[in-house]
Design a protein around this ligand. Sequence first.
Ligand code: NAD
Length: 467
Amino acid sequence: MTGASDGAEVIPVTDPATGQVIGVVPAGGELEARAAVAAAADAFEGWRRTAPAERARALKEAARRLRERARDIAELQTLENGRPLRESMRGVEEAISKLEMYAELGALHRGHSLPGEWGATDMAVREPHGVVALLVPWNDPVAIAGGQIAAALVTGNTVVFKPSELTPLSAIAFVRAFELPDGVLNLLHGDARAGAPLVADPRVALVAHTGSVATGREIARVCAERGARCLLELGGKDPLIVDRDVDPAWAAEQAAGGAFANAGQVCTSVERIYAHRDVAEEFAEELARRADALRVGPGLDPASEMGPLIDERQLAVVDRHVREALDGGAQARAGGRRLDGEGFFYAPTVLVGARPEMLIMREETFGPVAAIQVVGSFDEAIAAANASDYGLAATVLTASQANARRAWRELDVGTVKVNSAWGGAPGAAPHPRRSSGVGGSGYGPELLDEMTRVKVVHMKHAPGRAG
Ligand code: NAD
């Protein structure tokens, strides 16, 4: 494995629970990106010729080492991104299970034969792309990196992995668990100054970016210009619909879990709520009670149920959305403000009186804010939920089978969750809609398709030379 920069510039890593710098990493740039790609390109021929079973074995060994180091890596992730430790542990466990899953599936990943003419063999063969660049965000860094690295490596690609500049320390610990030939897995530190030249490098055949819409669009543009493939898993503004026939206290429990987990910094957080007027008041009251009762504190404190926001910039985004809603006539039933003291904490917030034109109902907030708009019918809720630039996931809470069926048919998103704000099959492979992504396939077996390309082979026998 190659390291990153030997340049003099560094990027400080901050604990969002205290605002204190806890480490530094080299600030990679064009030179470092080029070196990482060169190492990956050099290693490609050797790695693609390595037997799939052997590639799979390397992943299983990494999974075993990760299991031994799981708690240390989870603690590092919590130190860097503030997530409560038990959630970080789940992220590390998810990464391990993805390594194991792709180790099993990757060795079996196959093309197919085609019905061709008699005397010929026609095949669709799956081949690795070559050098794959993985750009990973900070909010669930280990789990995301684990799935993508595993799927890319097991299919014979070599990888340049660029973690977020906000969470590089857990990435270093994660990558150390892999024992691979030189150049097969390369860690590139840095921010956009490292990411942009990586994406632009003509030797990178596939770019997989998980992150914000703005960055994703820029990456899509650069890839389109040079004819490279890209997979984009981007932001969300997920709606939650509360139907008139559900228990409002149970609905509030679902909404609280959906809106406040990881302080709302999950791509599929509940970001906007459409509550039927028959239950809206009771629902809002119970949700505010839950928000007020949440124990907010450093992620390493086992008593903490919700941690801080990632940084000052994110705090400013959340506060701007909330202020604009309050100025426009919404009311805060809970929270609505930054918490005093060190670190980047924002109070779990419940807003009532939200309206469609407000930022809080339109743009990704990525904070612990549950904004409620009252609706008069299920039709109105579905229409409002669909009236968004985003299309990642949606939740509907309803006791009506007919409305549940309508919801999953009519909601124009990649994932529909009925009567549960979280959960889903571990190998699910949704296709995000509109601004939420292009060509992504989650972490199911389909990701192996994305990490490979098809070559069609038509083969006949040549007659031997006479004599
Ligand atoms: P981001 O797009 O700013 O950064 C993601 C990665 O891209 C980082 O490694 C970053 O350094 C790199 N990067 C930034 N600018 C770049 C550029 N110009 N060229 C190349 N690389 C560049 O996103 P973020 O703030 O780290 O993450 C939060 C976002 O990620 C939210 O919008 C969230 O919804 C989204 N997200 C989506 C999913 C999903 O599966 N759909 C999962 C997790 C997070």
